[in-house]
Design a protein around this ligand. Structure first.
Ligand SMILES: Cc1cc2nc3c(=O)[nH]c(=O)nc-3n(C[C@H](O)[C@H](O)[C@H](O)COP(=O)(O)OP(=O)(O)OC[C@H]3O[C@@H](n4cnc5c(N)ncnc54)[C@H](O)[C@@H]3O)c2cc1C
Length: 382
């Protein structure tokens, strides 16, 4: 069987790529071993603790793909309140940027369902079979599936997550730097109204973010060195601990979901393309979640490749794939370096004066509207 493009991985980024390229008239097939559950009963049963802050630019991308979830599941963030560990504070508000919201909090489950609905609406073939071998030459790529079938394509897109099989098969080396932290996530009901504010505290090298969800709910992402201390607590004890750590700004919290932890690793592959292959999403980069940019970078990959390849006669041509890699280098590296730098700045314990300097820095940026504006517009993808 031959397709123009084979996409391996049906997570948010692979599915967005499939929909974007299909809408441009390309012949696309998707390979995903575990398609997600998308039935309404499952989606409505509770609130997913795996959430993303979707930038306005990527909201526009998803809307252009007819894959933006129901507004009743989305919370716009109108204000961000970031606090340091020694009196530093920086605030951003949507009013300062002349936009309705700085970012939009959306659940993984609902985003996936909206994109998978388009896979079905556009009749994109889904192959639920593991790939076992990958070969390329100047003209084509061919993939052997576990059932023995061989698929040929002009291009293979590896969107198969952080431990990408496609990346390994392509011989692309990856530089991995573990942060020694896990992100612990859980949802809570709040006593006080959050008014669309996203809060973040930097303390003892750990970072606690409380991101607003509709109707007095928040989603917590706590980047911590000791995840088991949080995940071993009862839901009520965890809620009490987050209430304390968040200085009671939202009043008493009540648990809404179990907590779970995911490992935080900075991943920088030596390239994001090889002969007839490109990488997107977590296969191409992972990042500390402190700025909520992980999946935004992945959607940025999709938008960049869809734009560059729009009129290409050969979708897997060497020049096009190089152009894609080069076009993503600066945005991805800038974001990775920025987040990594901020993590290290608040984790440095050897310089006694550093807490004062970093907190003064936050206050200085807060007092410099032009600098704040540049920072926030960059994060918003504007
Ligand atoms: C447990 C967990 C919780 C997270 N929580 C948050 C959070 O709260 N906030 C946040 O900002 N980020 C979070 N992240 C990170 C975020 O989920 C990723 O940045 C984002 O999902 C990347 O999307 P992706 O499509 O590139 O990869 P993935 O979502 O990893 O999707 C990859 C897909 O490829 C499929 N696949 C893998 N190998 C193969 C193969 N050989 N053949 C076929 N299919 C294959 C997988 O089944 C999967 O569906 C979390 C990550 C994890 C693992």
């Amino acid at each position: 069987m031959t397709h123009e493009i084979l996409i391996i991985g049906g997570g948010l980024v692979g599915v967005a790529a499939a929909v974007a390229l299909k809408k441009q008239g390309r012949d696309v097939a998707l390979i995903e071993i575990r398609p997600p559950q998308t039935d309404p009963d499952f989606l409505n049963q509770d609130w997913d603790a795996r959430i993303y802050a979707i930038s306005p630019a990527n909201r526009a991308l998803l809307q252009s793909l007819d894959a933006w979830p129901s507004e009743s599941r989305i919370q716009g963030v109108s204000r961000m309140d970031v606090r340091g560990d020694n009196g530093g504070q920086i605030e951003f508000s949507a009013a300062e940027t002349n936009t309705p919201f700085l970012t939009y909090i959306a659940e993984n489950r609902w985003l996936l369902a909206a994109l998978w609905q388009q896979i079905r609406a556009l009749d994109i073939p889904v192959i639920q079979e593991a790939a076992v071998a990958l070969q390329t030459d100047i003209q084509t790529a061919s993939l052997t599936l576990q059932n023995g079938e061989t698929l040929n394509a002009r291009l293979i897109i590896g969107a198969d997550g952080a431990n990408s099989w496609v990346r390994k098969q392509s011989g692309i080396q990856v530089n991995e730097t573990p942060y020694g932290q896990h992100g612990v996530v859980a949802n809570f009901h709040t006593e006080k109204d959050h008014n669309g504010t996203a809060f973040q505290w930097f303390e003892d090298g750990e970072i606690l973010a409380c991101l607003p969800l509709p109707d007095h709910k928040i989603s917590m992402v706590w980047s911590t060195f000791t995840p088991e201390k949080l995940t071993s607590l009862s839901p009520e004890a965890l809620a009490a601990e987050v209430t304390r750590k968040s200085k009671n700004v939202l009043g008493n919290l009540q648990p809404l979901s179990p907590a779970f932890a995911f490992n935080l690793i900075l991943r920088r592959p030596e390239s994001t393309s090889a002969q007839r292959i490109i990488l997107m999403g977590d296969a191409a980069h992972t990042i500390h979640p402190l700025a909520g940019q992980g999946v935004n970078l992945g959607f940025g990959d999709v938008a960049a490749f869809a734009d560059l390849s729009r009129d290409a006669a050969d979708i897997g041509a060497y020049q096009l794939l190089r152009q894609y890699t080069l076009s993503r280098l600066a945005p991805v590296r800038t974001m990775q370096t920025g987040c990594d730098g901020l993590f290290r700045l608040f984790n440095e314990k050897k310089l006694p004066a550093l807490p004062l300097i970093r907190n003064t820095g936050l206050n200085l940026v807060n007092a410099a509207p032009w600098m704040k504006n540049r920072l926030i517009r960059h994060a918003m993808g504007l």
